[in-house]
Write a protein that binds this ligand. Structure first.
Ligand SMILES: *Cc1c(COP(=O)(O)O)cnc(C)c1O
Length: 374
């Protein structure tokens, strides 16, 4: 917490707006929309819910197909299944680790040949970095297919000066506890399509028709954000820029200390934008370093430091193993990153001393072993 949250939460208590509507919700929507430069925003109970209702706006339903980045968290694709549709997974490219325009083009060519274009494309901006949106939007426009930008991990990042999450028709942010700013749980859908956002607001509020007697003509959802949590979000938004700066500093320190070790490659920052470096991620080549990633995770864990592998690509998940997948080239980039990738502790409040401990253990793992082999 930043310290700014308590006043907004107190306002909610004082005014007795303990509900999924209220002044904090309205203000939080307005403030996020202003921050990212979108015309409007709808606060929701999760990023997952925001993806779900964005798919509903495109009328995605049973028998439909949706393209989705494979290198992501399961929540990017699960709403496709909620709607009874089928995902087709698209690989990453090496420059940004995000959606490969190459793979996307191939998927479209096949889809057109088979007469079954997707209803939408979900592009994920991973670990704080935007995808190459101009190229991706260009391809999607050629086929007349709209784009949902899953920017759950990239609030605060930019693409060619624009806020990540505002390039697609709809953008999704998450305020889950692990994200750069949090409401403990929550999400936001942003867009310039005010009419679409109003429909999302309606669906998220149980689709109550404008009648006093609780009348419903459509299926509804209970997807709104609490006015208390929106207060937390308002306080958090005030320190988003500071946090981006902190996460970038943390990334730079790791890079400075580790990138000269052969076989260590940090997630590249593509020239088209500025990454928040939500998480510092890197790959460690076992052939060159002589140490597999699980050994490093274990060595850190022995000192009570938590690190993790990168996201397991969705086309490799048991849940999605029967779905089609388009690799970047003859090589599957996301699969390769998964085999050698690691996420390091990256919290905005991590001290320099704590980071030095992480660095020391990793250097010992990697250099100790190499020196021993000589
Ligand atoms: C966190 C996350 C989501 C889901 O957001 P929730 O608010 O947790 O539902 C979706 N996509 C990605 C890439 C995420 O990291």
């Amino acid at each position: 917490m930043s310290g700014y949250e308590e006043q907004y939460v107190k306002d909610a208590f004082d005014s007795n707006w303990i509900a999924p509507i209220g002044p904090n919700v309205d203000a939080f929507e307005k403030e996020v929309a202003e921050y990212v430069g979108a015309r409007g925003a709808v606060a929701l109970s999760s990023g997952t819910g925001a993806i779900h209702l964005a798919l509903k706006l495109f009328n995605v339903g049973s028998g439909d197909v949706v393209f989705c980045s494979t290198f992501t968290f399961a929540a990017s694709a699960n709403p496709i299944i909620y709607q009874g549709a089928t995902p087709i997974f698209i690989d990453s490219e090496p420059e940004s680790w995000n959606m490969s325009p190459n793979a996307l083009e191939h998927a479209f060519e096949d889809a057109e040949r088979e007469g079954k274009l997707p209803k939408a494309v979900i592009v994920v901006n991973l670990y704080g970095q935007s995808s190459d949106m101009d190229i991706i939007l260009g391809i999607c426009k050629c086929y007349g297919v709209p784009v949902i930008e899953d920017a759950a991990e990239s609030l605060g990042a930019t693409y060619k000066g624009k806020a990540s999450g505002t390039l697609g028709k709809y953008g999704v942010y998450s305020f889950n506890g692990n994200k750069i700013i949090t409401t403990s749980g929550g999400g936001m859908l942003v867009s310039d399509d005010i009419e679409g956002l109003e429909r999302v607001r309606f669906w998220a509020s149980q689709s109550r028709d404008p009648a006093i007697h609780y009348q419903h003509s459509q299926i509804g959802y209970n997807y709104r954000l609490s006015n208390i949590l929106a207060g937390v979000g308002r306080g958090q938004l005030k320190v988003l820029d500071e946090r981006v700066a902190m996460r970038r500093t943390i990334f730079d320190r790791y890079r400075h200390a580790l990138s000269n070790i052969s076989g260590v490659l940090f997630m590249p920052e593509a020239s088209f934008g500025i990454s928040t470096h939500w998480l510092t991620t890197l790959t460690i080549d076992q052939q060159l370093c002589g140490v597999p990633v699980p050994n490093i995770i274990d060595a850190l864990a022995k000192d009570n430091i938590e690190s993790r592998p990168v996201w397991k690509p969705l086309h490799l998940q048991p849940l999605y193993s029967r779905c089609s997948y388009y690799p970047h080239s003859s090589e599957s980039i996301s699969g390769k990153i998964f085999e050698s990738g690691i996420c390091l502790p990256s919290g905005s409040s991590m001290s320099e001393n704590d980071q030095a401990r992480v660095i020391q253990i990793i250097r010992k793992c990697l250099l100790g072993r190499m020196q021993a082999a000589m």
